[in-house]
Design a protein around this ligand. Structure first.
Ligand SMILES: Nc1ncnc2c1ncn2[C@@H]1O[C@H](COP(=O)(O)OP(=O)(O)O)[C@@H](O)[C@H]1O
Ligand SMILES: [Mg+2]
Length: 337
C-alpha cells in the first residue's frame, strides 16, 4: 500500500484521522517533551541526527515525522521525503535504490543550488517489522549515505530494532495520550463538525481505546454517522470496529479462506487499532459461540498463542499463523449454522 496515494484530497475529506492530522509540530497533542527536543535539534538542521520514534499505535509518531520533514525541507518536503512502510517492502532493496537516487540528485543540486538542505529524509515506518538481517544491511546503508540522507525510524517495539541501529539514532519515546487530552480533542472535532455529543460517550471512547488517538477518532466518526454521539452509538461503533470484524475473520479462517481472513486481520490491527491480545480474547469468545467440535484442541491452541504474544513474539506473524492453523484444523460445527 502506497501511503502517498492515500493522501489525496478525498481521503482527507472523508476520514477524520486524516482531516485532523496535524501539519506542524505545534499542533501535536501530548508529546510536549518530544516536540521541545525536536525543536532544539531543528536549531541546527544541517546537523540533524538520525531519529527513532517508538511507542504504541495511534499516538502521533508518523504525524510528527511528517511535520518534521515539512519543517526541515520547506516547500520541497514532498519531493525530498520518502515515506516507506518497512512491512510492505519486506526488505531493503527499495531503501537502497532510493538512497542511491537521492545521492545522485544531491550531487547535481549541490552544485547548482547553494542553499538547498544537504540531505533528504527517509521515514521508515514499522521498522520493527524488518528482519534483523534486513536491519543489518540497512545499517550499512545508513553509514554509507550519511552525507545525503537522514533516517527517521518508527516502531512500536524498540526491542525489535537491532542495537547498532538504535545506537546510531536519537531515540524518542512517545507516550499514550491521556484521557483529558483525548476527550478534549474529540470535543474540538465534534464542535468543528457541528455534532452534538454526550460527554460520557467521549469518555467511553477513551476507555476502549486507551490513549490511541487514531482509534478514538475513528470510533467517534463512525458513532457520529447517525447524528448525535451518545454512549449507545459509541458502543455499537466499538462493536463494529472490533468484535463483529473478529467474528468475520474467524469464520473466514475456519472456512480455510486464509488470505481474506489475514487481510481483515491486518485491517483490524492497523486501521482499527485493536490490540493483538484483544483479538485473541474476542476470538476465544467467538469460537465458543460458534459451537464447534473439538473445542479442547482449539482452546489449547489459543492458550499457546496467548503465551507466545505475552512473551513478545511478533503479533502479526503469530496471529496469521493462528488463522492458518484454524483453517487447517478443518473443525466442523456441531449445529447447522
Ligand atoms: N499526538 C497527536 N496529536 C494530534 N493528533 C494525533 C496524535 N496522535 C495521533 N493523532 C491522530 O491520529 C492519526 C494517526 O496518528 P499517527 O501519527 O499516524 O500515529 P502513529 O504513527 O503513532 O500510529 C493522526 O492522523 C491524527 O489524526
Ligand atoms: Mg504510524
Amino acid at each position: 500500500m502506497n501511503d502517498t496515494q492515500q493522501k489525496g484530497d478525498n481521503i482527507s475529506d472523508i476520514m477524520w484521522v486524516e482531516k485532523y492530522r496535524p501539519t506542524n509540530l505545534d499542533q501535536i497533542i501530548n508529546q510536549k517533551e518530544i516536540i521541545t527536543g525536536l525543536k532544539n535539534l531543528l536549531n541546527k538542521p544541517n546537523e540533524l541526527p538520525h531519529l527513532l520514534f517508538t511507542g504504541a499505535a495511534g499516538i502521533g509518531k508518523t504525524t510528527t515525522a511528517l511535520c518534521l520533514a515539512r519543517e526541515i525541507l520547506g516547500d520541497s518536503w514532498k519531493r525530498d521525503t520518502l515515506e516507506l512502510n518497512a512491512s510492505d517492502e519486506r526488505g531493503i532493496k527499495m531503501v537502497r535504490e532510493r538512497v542511491k537516487e537521492f545521492a545522485s540528485i544531491m550531487k547535481l543540486s549541490l552544485n547548482q543550488i547553494e542553499n538547498e538542505r544537504p540531505f533528504k529524509i527517509i521515514i521508515l515506518d514499522e521498522a520493527d517489522e524488518m528482519t534483523s538481517e534486513a536491519q543489518t544491511a540497512l545499517r550499512r546503508i545508513i553509514e554509507d549515505s550519511s552525507k545525503t540522507t537522514r533516517f527517521i525510524f518508527i516502531c512500536n517495539y524498540l526491542s525489535h530494532i537491532i542495537e547498532p541501529i538504535q545506537s546510531r539514532c536519537v531515540v524518542f519515546r512517545f507516550s499514550k495520550v491521556p484521557v483529558d487530552e483525548v476527550v478534549g480533542y474529540l470535543k474540538i472535532i465534534c464542535k468543528n463538525e457541528e455534532i452534538k455529543f454526550d460527554e460520557k460517550a467521549l469518555y467511553k471512547i477513551y476507555e476502549h481505546t486507551n490513549g490511541d488517538l487514531r482509534n478514538s477518532i475513528n470510533i467517534l466518526q463512525s458513532a457520529s454517522a447517525s447524528g448525535n454521539v451518545n454512549t449507545s452509538q459509541v458502543q455499537s461503533a466499538i462493536g463494529n470496529s472490533g468484535k463483529n470484524k473478529i467474528s468475520e475473520i474467524i469464520k473466514l479462517a475456519l472456512d480455510s479462506k486464509f488470505n481474506e481472513s489475514r487481510i481483515k486481520l491486518l485491517e483490524l490491527l492497523y486501521v482499527y487499532g485493536v490490540s493483538e491480545t484483544d483479538f485473541l480474547k474476542y476470538a476465544n469468545e467467538e469460537i465458543y459461540n460458534l459451537d464447534l467440535e473439538d473445542l479442547s484442541e482449539v482452546s489449547s491452541m489459543i492458550a499457546e498463542y496467548d503465551y507466545r504474544l505475552s512473551n513478545g513474539a511478533h503479533p502479526e506473524i503469530q496471529l496469521a499463523a493462528f488463522l492458518a492453523q484454524l483453517g487447517k484444523m478443518g473443525i466442523k460445527k456441531n449445529k447447522s449454522n
